[in-house]
Write a protein that binds this ligand. Structure first.
Ligand code: HEM
Length: 501
């Protein structure tokens, strides 16, 4: 027994010595100047320090160590870039050095599940990525300009259905909104990709996708240490297999729909986003179509879009409702603005946003304060480089601290307070400089590809809900704005009373 303890202590001391030696060697022998950062543990690095209120830990590091902070995630070297100037400079570097994506285990698992087809969000930076991004962006534009069922009509129709469902149930007793919002958003996403369909068919398919998505999210939020310490895989192989099955389940329904679309596709017709993607795969130059960009690979990108939309959009809408309910005086002002400017019957369009500056400011303030994807998706350094005078080695994981930008005390004064009016200038319009300081969708070359359509969706849904219902705090029901943390933050479950107008 005593021998066993001595062995463990000796191994521990040996590892500690090795770790200290490597740090010393890095600092003094190689003469590299790495960004400062807190001391971590051998093997696991800083993972044990990152639990709980992660965004607050990073803010503390910013204060203590500065704009660029070094740390370790298991076997990965990592840096976090803090504050508006540093985030913009790093994300917009002309050599794109920080635009890579690390080959994390989850990314690999997803790629394996799809037989080696990679989603655009996991592609590292390369000419292939740039080409794919160009085509995918053009397809999205083609969809937004030419679709038979215009996206604004789709979003409004689903928002109206959502409001009807909400006040049928929520005016009698306090209700949880999350499942209704999820179904509404997934119905929008489903019809965006596979066109207007029969209601029963959409409802059945959408429910299946939502169930599988919620499993994936629980899995991702529960524990992602395996991403950074791949040797843990031996202990968690069963879990990874379950994860792959859930991914396949989200794709089961939509794969059939995509095949149906491919079989009936006619050039020039844009029934939906799959048609919009197909239009470009046919227009690709022959040699590119045949080799690096086969049609299957391009159509497969619909999965990247579908998954990228669902979570952040649902959570944004839920957070907006939560804040509007918690701050009834803000909701009252939005209600008055909406009924004065567009009335309670006229269909809301995105063009109305300039005439609804207060509603716009509320949406932006929710985006600022919640900072849903606080450190964007992980980036990686494509080669050894220098930033702000520090050395950053190739393959270092790079995080852009978007939360630090929207919670910068020097710029915002009281970043923890919810005050939509801070975003309005003296003329009552949304202040441009402040708007650009909210990097909700990331920055630089890897920023969100769906920013425009996401803004339209969120605006039309919120304005339509505000035209038709009001949300009231229910007696004894807590409205806690502290988020549930994960890759994408979300509100804790909450109940409200919904009344029709
Ligand atoms: C409120 C909703 C949304 C939020 C908050 C959001 C936020 C983000 C963020 C922070 C990133 C990572 C940027 C980075 O790594 O630096 C991202 C990436 C991405 N988003 Fe969104 N997003 C939203 C909606 C959408 C929608 C509607 C689409 C598609 C139509 C979309 C497609 C993508 C794609 C494809 C990427 C990966 C881009 C790349 O790897 O280069 N997102 N999003």
């Amino acid at each position: 027994m005593l021998d066993g303890c001595q062995n463990i202590v000796s191994i521990g001391l040996a590892l500690l010595t090795l770790y200290l030696f490597v740090r010393w060697a890095n600092i003094f022998v190689k003469k590299k100047r790495y960004p400062p950062g807190p001391w971590g543990f051998p093997i696991v690095g800083h993972l044990p320090l990152l639990g709980g209120e992660l965004e607050k830990t990073y803010l503390q590091w910013w204060k203590q160590y500065g704009e660029v902070v070094s740390f370790r995630l298991g076997s990965w070297k990592a840096v976090i870039v803090n504050g508006y100037d540093a985030v913009k400079d790093a994300a917009e570097r002309s050599d794109d050095v920080f635009s890579g994506r690390p080959p994390l285990l989850f990314n690999k698992a997803v790629t394996e599940t799809f037989g080696g087809l990679k989603l655009i969000s996991f592609e590292t930076f390369s000419p292939k990525f740039l080409h794919l991004k160009k085509i995918a962006s053009r397809a999205l534009k083609n969809y937004m300009l030419n679709c038979d069922y215009p996206h604004e009509d789709l979003f409004r129709d689903e928002a109206i259905k959502l409001s009807n469902k909400l006040f049928m149930q929520g005016n009698k007793e306090p209700m949880q909104l999350a499942s209704h919002v999820e179904l509404a958003v997934e119905s929008m996403v489903y019809q965006m990709f596979y066109g207007k369909g029969k209601e029963e068919e959409i409802e059945a398919n959408v429910q299946e996708v939502v169930d599988a998505m919620s499993y994936i999210n629980k899995f991702l939020n529960a524990d992602n240490s395996v991403n950074f310490m791949p040797w843990l895989l031996y202990l968690k192989q069963g879990k990874i297999e379950e994860f792959k099955q859930a991914i396949l389940a989200t794709d089961k329904v939509t794969k059939l729909k995509a095949e149906e679309r491919i079989a009936t596709f006619e050039q020039g017709q844009v029934r939906d986003m799959v048609d919009a993607l197909l239009a470009f795969s046919n227009e690709m130059p022959e040699e590119e179509n045949a080799e690096s960009f086969p049609r299957a690979y391009l159509i497969h990108q619909r999965v990247a879009f579908q998954t990228a939309i669902f979570d952040p959009v649902c959570r944004t809408i839920l957070f907006i409702i939560l804040y509007l309910t918690k701050y009834p005086e803000v909701q009252e002002r939005v209600n008055t603005e909406v009924s004065d400017v567009i009335g309670n019957d006229k269909a809301v369009g995105y063009k109305d946003r300039d005439n609804l500056p207060y509603l716009n400011a509320v949406i932006l303030e929710v985006m600022r304060i919640t900072s849903l994807v606080p450190t964007a998706l992980p980036h990686s350094a494509l080669h050894d480089t220098k930033f702000r005078g520090y050395d950053i080695d190739k393959d270092t994981m790079v995080f852009f601290n978007l939360h630090s930008v929207s919670h910068d005390k020097l710029f915002w004064g009281d970043p923890e307070s919810f005050r939509p009016e801070r975003l309005l200038n003296e003329q009552g319009h949304v202040d441009k400089e402040k708007r650009f300081r909210i990097l909700y969708f990331g920055a630089g070359r890897r920023r969100c590809m769906g920013e425009m359509i996401a803004k339209i969706l969120v605006f039309i849904t919120t304005a339509t809900l505000m035209q038709r219902c009001s949300f009231k705090k229910a007696e004894g029901c807590d409205l806690d704005t502290e988020p549930i943390r994960g890759a994408v933050y979300g509100p804790k479950p909450f109940k409200v009373i919904v009344q029709s107008k």
